[in-house]
Design a protein around this ligand. Structure first.
Ligand code: GLN
Length: 209
């Protein structure tokens, strides 16, 4: 049985947990999802999600509760991390805001609330590299990704990157947990042939198909 963690400060925690359960079921894997509110949980997790919400609030919480080093160690160990919206902002190199203490795990710069008032929130049928059909992507005061180092861009809106893959990390500016489409949760945790990075296998030595 896999153990999944969802950082549970605020945001779509229950929706992420449900999507993780469906994604694991689709791969024939049992999973226990744990909501992460304090240190000591993440070290026991095979996979981890950092949801959207308010990145300044999530940043404060993650550092106050001693989760930052645990998230870093998780990624250093090559375990999958799915960072969505504010979660993406948190794990970036630079969010251009002093109130966000970035973890610097994903080699990107982000611009918060990048899509402006007219398009504060919107849904787009998004072409994503490696997916056969467009993904129904829900954007809510979403960031755009401004500079990309080692991270591979797998989707764009108006030419701006909105989904990236780097090693064990999948980052999206939108909210895949808000739709019934679990393809990106599956990809985050079980990899994809489309990703340049090697497929990360969740779980120890059990093998993931
Ligand atoms: N606008 C939020 C921020 O900058 C992110 C929005 C979200 O996670 N839906 O923190």
């Amino acid at each position: 049985t896999l153990t999944a963690g969802v950082v549970a400060v605020q945001g779509d925690v229950a929706e992420h947990a449900a999507a993780i359960e469906r994604a694991c079921a689709a791969r024939g894997r049992d999973v226990t999802v744990r909501e992460v509110r304090h240190s000591g949980v993440i070290p026991g997790c095979d996979l981890l999600a950092v949801p959207g919400g308010e990145s300044t609030t999530i940043s404060r919480f993650v550092h106050r509760e001693g989760l930052a080093d645990e998230i870093r160690a998780h990624v250093d160990a090559g375990k999958p991390l799915f960072a969505t919206c504010a979660g993406l902002i948190l794990v970036s190199q630079d969010a251009g805001d002093d109130r966000v203490n970035e973890l610097g795990l994903l080699d990107v710069t982000v611009e918060r609330n990048a899509f402006g008032r007219q398009r504060d929130s919107f849904e787009a049928a998004l072409d994503v590299d490696g997916l056969d059909e467009p993904f129904p992507a829900v954007f809510i005061r979403a960031p755009a990704i401004d500079a990309v180092g080692d991270a591979a861009v797998i989707a764009r809106v108006d030419g701006r990157p909105v989904a990236v893959r780097q090693g064990p990390i999948l980052g999206t500016a939108f909210h895949p947990e808000l739709t019934a489409d679990d393809r990106l949760h599956e990809r985050a945790f079980f990899g994809s042939e489309a990703d340049a990075a090697p497929t990360v296998s969740a779980g120890s030595g059990e093998g993931v198909s």
